[in-house]
Write a protein that binds this ligand. Structure first.
Ligand SMILES: [Zn+2]
Length: 193
């Protein structure tokens, strides 16, 4: 009986996670990776819960997830928001950042626990940046670019000490986006730390 109850609770948790991921407009392959549900089941869930009503606002993303790191460097605001997300990935146990700012992925990028941590990190990001520039799909891509793909790294700002994401192949100017902005405007660095 207990085994059946646990199994039911596990299925319910995966179902709730799938609905949560659909609401964030995650692509089917990510939902399948986190829940183990088939693509057909996810399509049906999408049709049942999101085609009408509340979900008028939810768009189903198709095709491959975005992977260009250029997106995160396109302007100071996006780079700042990506940096916030990187910190939240660490806060919610998706990655570990050591003293030298080296990043290590904690666990696999699949399964319900991973999916829930990613959702929590993204939802806190949304509460901090309501006009979000980084979609859930881009957040997923950011996590992979910082870990598995090694295309982005973390640097610490020589002016304010904050940590920011940086393109491995681009020249690092040693300052975070807000400090660079202040530098251009001729204002002194903000004493954040
Ligand atoms: Zn700075």
């Amino acid at each position: 009986m207990r085994h059946t109850d646990n199994r039911y609770a596990g299925e319910q948790a995966k179902f709730d996670l799938a609905v949560r991921l659909i609401a964030h407009e995650a692509r089917t392959h990510i939902i399948a990776r986190c829940t183990g549900f088939s693509q057909d089941r996810i399509r049906k869930l999408y049709g049942t819960y999101f085609r009408n009503g509340e979900a008028g606002k939810v768009r189903r993303q198709r095709g491959k997830s975005p992977s260009s790191v250029g997106f995160f460097m396109r302007n100071a605001q996006v780079q700042t928001e990506a940096s916030t997300l990187a910190s939240l990935f660490a806060l919610f146990g998706l990655i570990r950042i050591d003293r030298t700012l080296h990043i290590r992925l904690l666990g696999d990028t699949c399964g319900p626990e991973f999916g829930q941590r990613l959702c929590r990190a993204y939802e806190v990001y949304l509460s901090l940046h309501p006009r979000r520039r980084v979609s859930f799909e881009h957040a997923w891509s950011l996590l992979l670019a910082l870990t598995e793909r090694g295309e982005l790294l973390l640097a610490d700002c020589g002016r304010c000490g904050n940590i920011y994401v940086h393109d491995v192949l681009a020249m690092d100017r040693g300052s975070c986006p807000p400090c660079r902005r202040r530098l251009r405007a001729g204002t002194p660095p903000k004493d954040i730390q």
